[in-house]
Design a protein around this ligand. Structure first.
Ligand code: AHR
Length: 358
């Protein structure tokens, strides 16, 4: 039921942990030189080469002189502001590091990513990196890369493969922790609630690591208060259009929504349109929590339309290029590299917005 409840700020700054246990190297030094994109790439694949290595991406240049490292990167798609910033970070950092980047956009389809990875194997790239659209179903293609002697690096999203020798490292956020931060803010806000608080949840892409983990982390934390009830939960596929569509359906089906938890800013922004169209005030009539902290999300937060944002940092390019260089150089690399992230209330978003990079 709808009611005004007292709330506290409940902020948690997340610390980062890069886990231990260095792993060996299967680095393949047989790099292609200079932008040879002769094998047919998937439709949305592009290739760019930068002639000289530069240390600005943080990668040391110990590859054999005259060799350009070729990196094949299979991106999820262009579903969100976060993804756009992530793609730019990877492209800019590859250029800065002097790597040839073969970039493929999978348009949110696992089969396209698998095709792209196979194409990179055929083209004998030095390293393959990708952000898996979903967690399951990667073992076969990862084994093909391993058999071809091409090291693989996961960025942003994890796979559920039991065989962790199929990839060198996973660089990205702790999505469970992000869900917990969102949940903790809500627990603190409604600590004195004496009535049920009705929550609707917009999940990310079904089967993706961020959707699974942000849901799990959130649920775990809000379980401490039996008044916090998820009354509806559905995927919005991390897009603004779907976020709006699903929120419209939620509003039609439930007259008593207190809180929206959206797994990313884009879905929250779509939902805000639906909430306003229904004559309600986002951030007041319905409390909104989201994840990412991209500029559009931060703008909505600074206007009070989103109450709390958990940051998910898309600027993974520099760390990825460092890892690529280390793998090629035969250096040890941490099997898990966790991204540094924080959280923002509306007030904090207002302060941070002018200097926001993405
Ligand atoms: O994997 C990261 C998630 O993917 C971001 O939170 C979301 O916006 C993106 O599409």
């Amino acid at each position: 039921m709808k009611s005004k409840k007292k709330w506290g700020s409940g902020l948690a700054l997340a610390a980062l942990i890069a886990l231990t246990a260095a792993c060996g190297n299967n680095g393949n030094n047989a790099s292609n030189s200079g932008g040879d994109a002769s094998s047919a790439p998937p439709a949305s694949e592009s290739s760019s080469a930068s002639p000289s290595a530069s240390p600005s991406a943080g990668a040391s240049s110990e590859a054999p002189a005259g060799k350009t490292i070729t990196l094949g990167f299979a991106q999820v798609g262009a579903e969100s502001g976060w993804r756009t910033a992530n793609t730019k970070s990877i492209q800019d950092s590859a250029k800065n590091a002097g790597f040839e980047l073969k970039f493929s956009d999978a348009q949110q389809k696992q089969e396209n990513q698998i095709k792209a990875i196979r194409s990179f194997i055929q083209q004998k790239v030095d390293v393959i990196a990708f952000s898996p659209v979903v967690e399951s179903g990667w073992d076969t293609v990862l084994k093909e890369a391993k058999d071809a002697g091409i090291p693989v690096i996961l960025t942003d999203r994890a796979v559920d493969s039991k065989d962790t020798t199929l990839y060198k490292t996973f660089i990205g956020s702790d999505f469970v922790e992000e869900g917990k931060k969102a949940g903790q803010w809500l627990v603190d806000k409604y600590k004195d609630a004496s009535e049920d608080v009705n929550i609707v949840e917009l999940q990310g892409t079904t089967g993706s690591a961020p959707a699974n983990d942000r849901k799990a982390g959130f649920q775990e934390v809000i379980a401490s208060n039996p008044h916090l009830k998820i009354i509806a939960s559905q995927t919005g596929d991390f897009t603004r259009a779907k976020g709006k569509e699903v929120m419209q359906a939620f509003l039609k089906a439930h007259k008593d929504i207190d809180v929206l938890y959206a797994h990313n800013d884009d879905m929250a922004l779509g939902a805000i349109q639906a909430i306003e169209a229904a004559g309600l005030k986002p951030g007041e009539d319905i409390v909104i929590i989201s994840v990412d902290a991209v500029k559009d999300g931060m703008t909505a937060a600074s206007e009070g339309k989103i109450n709390f944002i958990v940051e998910c940092n898309p600027l993974l390019g520099p760390q990825l290029m460092e890892a690529v260089q280390a793998v090629v150089d035969g250096k040890e690399i941490e099997p898990r590299i966790v991204t540094k992230e924080t959280t923002f209330t509306s007030e904090q978003a207002k302060e941070a917005l002018p200097s926001r990079e993405y």
